[in-house]
Design a binder for this molecule. Structure first.
Ligand code: NAI
Ligand code: MG
Length: 361
């Protein structure tokens, strides 16, 4: 049977960019014989409007069953005053939590035609293609004890960095599995020089590597040195695996090596399912962009590249993912730009659907 895909376009520009991806999915079915069982459902504000909840239980159940979920974006000013429990973002948080998506993948990928867009020198970023794997469900953002306490006559704010072996091992496996689908190289980042959790992190990553992934090249780096190396010469890396806090900082840094929010895809992966595929949610990094929603101005590339990630990491179609990425590269090389990719005057931007047309062509 065909692999299954649940599409959740969401709110604002979500449906606009997703419409272009659906055309691309149809193209793969018609032209490449790559057919998916696609179902579509509501998430976020639109789900609240219809059901009074940002994620219906039936949608949640569907998400647990499919091979991959592809999401547009959620939220918008219309929903800003809603109670916290039914805010659009809660729909997304529920998906991440109940699917237990502990590995967050943020690529930093630079298309040659956009190398001028970076704040770094062109030869430092041209052709860059690296992947940061951030542990997403544990670490200092969740550890106990936490809170602001009274200590003598002053207050003390406490967070606890806490990682179990199994939490480290599972995200390490996600990183090694990805590396096998890329360039077989992982760099693990922590601060084993000053943190106990860093010592354990380095030990466990090394043990998992020794036992299961000897074919992958593994190196270790202190996270602060990693930040320097990421801006000095990012092309030395392929896959970087790191904890929740360091990953938060390093993935934002790496993403901005390459330019616009409208270009950035992401994935969140969980444990392997019975068929061996990881639980997976793919989505652009950007939000629902209410300032441009409904105007046909949104750049669909972040969402298109999220689908390319799904092809590569959920469906083992690396060559087809490359086909899609090359199409994006070719379109950009021709100078075709949505408004967010323009910094020169005198160039007319294309619309969302015209960008879709160009990628398909
Ligand atoms: P945003 O990412 O929606 O927009 C930030 C800026 O980037 C805006 O000027 C927007 O026009 C531009 N932009 C974003 N994506 C673009 C694209 N594909 N093409 C061209 N321009 C693009 O972030 P913002 O404005 O902070 O949040 C807007 C709404 O989205 C809020 O309700 C927020 O809660 C929600 N949001 C949802 C996310 C998600 O669904 N994962 C993530 C971030 C925000
Ligand atoms: Mg952040």
């Amino acid at each position: 049977s065909n692999p299954s895909l649940l599409i959740l376009p969401g709110d604002g520009i979500g449906p606009e960019v997703m419409a272009q991806v659906m055309r691309i999915i149809d193209w793969y079915g018609a032209k490449r014989g790559l057919k998916f069982d696609v179902s579509e459902d509501l998430v976020g504000g639109c789900a609240y409007d219809k059901h009074g909840t940002p994620l219906h239980d039936d949608t949640m159940a569907k998400a647990q069953e499919v091979d991959a979920v592809l999401l547009g974006a959620v939220g918008g000013p219309k929903y800003d005053k809603l109670d916290f429990s039914v805010k659009p973002e809660r729909g997304l948080l529920r998906l991440r939590k109940e699917m237990d998506l502990y590995a967050n993948l943020r690529p930093a990928q630079c298309f040659d035609a956009l190398a001028d867009f970076s704040s770094l020198k062109k030869d430092v970023v041209a052709g860059l293609d690296i992947m940061i794997v951030r542990e997403l469900t544990s670490g200092v953002y969740f550890g106990e004890p936490r809170g602001i306490f009274k200590e003598g006559n002053e207050r003390v704010g406490i967070n606890t960095q806490r990682y179990t072996e199994s939490e480290i091992a599972r995200v390490a496996r996600s990183a090694f599995e990805l590396a096998r689908k890329r360039n077989n190289k992982v760099c693990s980042m922590e601060k084993a020089n000053v943190m106990e959790s860093g010592i354990l992190w380095r030990d466990v990553v090394t043990e998992v590597h020794e036992a299961e992934y000897k074919d992958v090249e593994l190196s270790h780096m202190y996270a602060d040195a990693g930040a320097m190396q990421l801006t000095r010469w990012p092309k030395q890396f392929d896959v970087i695996v790191t904890d929740n806090l360091f990953g938060d900082l390093l993935s934002d840094l790496a993403a901005m090596l390459t330019g616009s929010l409208g270009m950035l895809p992401s994935a969140s992966l969980g444990a392997p399912m019975e068929n061996g595929r990881p639980k997976a949610l793919y989505e652009p990094v950007h939000g629902s962009a209410p300032d441009i929603a409904g105007q046909g101005k949104a750049n669909p590339i972040a969402c298109v590249l999220s689908f390319a990630m799904a092809l590569r990491y959920s469906f083992d179609k690396g060559a087809e993912a490359e086909r899609l990425e090359s199409a994006v590269n070719a379109v950009l090389a021709k100078g075709i730009r949505t408004a967010d990719l323009l910094n020169a005057e005198g160039v007319t931007p294309v619309s969302t659907s015209q960008m879709g047309d160009a990628i398909l062509a």
